[in-house]
Design a protein around this ligand. Structure first.
Ligand code: G6P
Length: 442
């Protein structure tokens, strides 16, 4: 039985993870559950919710702790599931609006938004990992925190030999869920071949795990027509339908594979810019939507004092974000050798790219950690894009490490959603001012 800590315990994503831990208790039994967050009020709400949920669905658990003390949280844990958002959605909103003011995309992982957020995340992640390592030297740290590519580059540099830090993202999995639905399959019937950086990669094959059939050609044919037209109402979220319009365009225009949806920001930035509302961005949507709904639901459960049989009961469908991280922990715990897409050091996995790159590729996962599966050489177009993007990510980490404004500017100029040096300079000044409480001095 394991001791688990959710770092970012007060997040709107935590209740789903808790539900998933309850669903998976046979495969992944827990002894102690700890929720850590630096926001006391939210942490308490989610903590009290956890007590009710576990009382009803996991009565055999020995201990539940929720705390804002890292020292208390990180004692003797086996798995840390990390999903922090430094500066919360308020800072995300700021990044998005500042970027849009300069005519650039402020998206929280791509472009200027991700750059600003990256410089906020790095110091917090490093601090947390250092404290975890002090009290739980061998614990697995499964990191979901964004912007995952920049965070992964930073953790690789600061903790080069710590193979128990694993950086992941649920996006390729969320995309695979859509493909599975289109194909009338379950995601676990599909085995993807994929390469790239986080939020910057491509599926090259999607095999049926039983028959070995490659569905990629069929999916490409199907996706030439926007997916929503074919299978409405597959998407509850309007942004997904728009995303699959882009996917169709990519395939019809020139792509050989199936791109990660985030490539729309990098490859069609002007088009994406036109879709943004500078007064009401994604952060506003999330604050007024998902986040508000989640906390209203928690308030209702706390007021009720129970969950089972009420309209707020869990239903076994916690979503792929929660499922993926719990599945990964299970694979590490039970040495299952299943394949996951993980952000890891290239080391020759993609033969014609820098071995230092933090690439996102399929890896086999067992009790010794992750083992990347060879990709081989990739074509020139993709190689060029990836090298440019990795240089941007790497310079962002340099800017943090050296407190260097010049490196920060170089990073922004290399980012395909910024490019223009004059714009980058003005944008950087505004971001430095807005992030004074978070960034290193530069
Ligand atoms: C996906 C992406 C994440 C992102 C998340 C939530 O999971 O991979 O990087 O943080 O979506 O996005 P949202 O805009 O709903 O906060």
């Amino acid at each position: 039985k394991y001791n688990i800590c959710i770092v970012g315990g007060g997040s709107r994503y935590t209740p789903d993870m808790l539900a998933m831990l309850c669903n998976q208790k046979e495969r992944f039994p827990i002894k102690k559950l700890v929720l850590y967050d630096n926001e006391k009020e939210r942490q308490e709400k989610v903590g009290k919710y956890a007590e009710i949920l576990f009382r009803e669905y996991y009565p055999e658990i020995e201990e539940i702790i929720y705390t804002t003390s890292m020292k208390e949280a990180f004692q003797d844990i086996d798995f840390a599931l990390m999903q922090i958002r430094v500066g919360r959605l308020k800072m995300r909103e700021m990044d998005e609006k500042i970027a849009l003011k300069h005519g650039c995309l402020g998206q929280e992982t791509c472009g200027a938004g991700g750059f600003a957020y990256g410089l906020r995340s790095i110091p917090a992640i490093i601090e947390i990992i250092n404290v975890i390592r002090k009290y739980s030297p061998k614990c697995w740290i499964l990191n979901y925190s964004n912007p995952a590519a920049i965070v992964a580059e930073a953790t690789k540099r600061i903790f080069p030999n710590d193979y128990r830090i694993i950086n992941i993202c649920d996006m390729p999995i969320a995309i695979l869920d859509v493909y599975a639905e289109v194909l009338g399959k379950k995601r676990k019937d599909l085995e993807p071949k994929y390469f790239g950086l986080n939020h910057f990669g491509w599926f090259t094959h999607i095999y049926d795990t039983k028959t070995g059939e490659d569905y990629l050609p069929k999916l490409r044919e199907l996706l030439k027509t926007p997916i929503d037209v074919q299978t409405e109402p597959l998407f509850q979220e309007p942004s997904w339908s728009a995303t699959f319009e882009f996917m169709s365009q990519m395939i019809n225009d020139y792509d050989e594979y199936l791109p990660n949806t985030y490539l729309q920001y990098y490859l069609y930035p002007h088009k994406m810019l036109k879709k943004q509302n500078p007064e009401y961005t994604r952060a506003n949507e999330v604050m007024d939507g998902n986040e508000k709904d989640t906390f209203q639901r928690l308030d209702a459960v706390l007021a009720n004092g129970k969950l089972k049989g009420t309209e707020y009961d869990i239903d076994g469908s916690a979503g792929c974000h929660a499922e993926y991280i719990v599945d990964l922990a299970t694979a590490l715990a039970n040495n299952t050798k299943e394949i996951f897409l993980i952000i890891t050091k290239n080391n020759g996995t993609i033969s014609n790219l820098d071995p230092e790159m933090m690439v996102e590729v399929p890896c086999r996962v067992g009790s010794n950690g992750v083992e990347p599966l060879s990709v081989g050489n990739i074509p020139t177009f993709y190689k060029g894009l990836l090298e440019n993007q990795y240089a941007y990510e790497s310079l962002t980490v340099d800017a943090y490490a050296e407190g260097s404004k010049a490196k920060a500017l170089q990073a922004l100029v290399l980012n395909r959603t910024v490019v223009n040096t004059n714009v980058a300079k003005e944008l950087l000044e505004d971001l430095i001012n807005a992030n004074a409480d978070y960034w290193p001095k530069m």
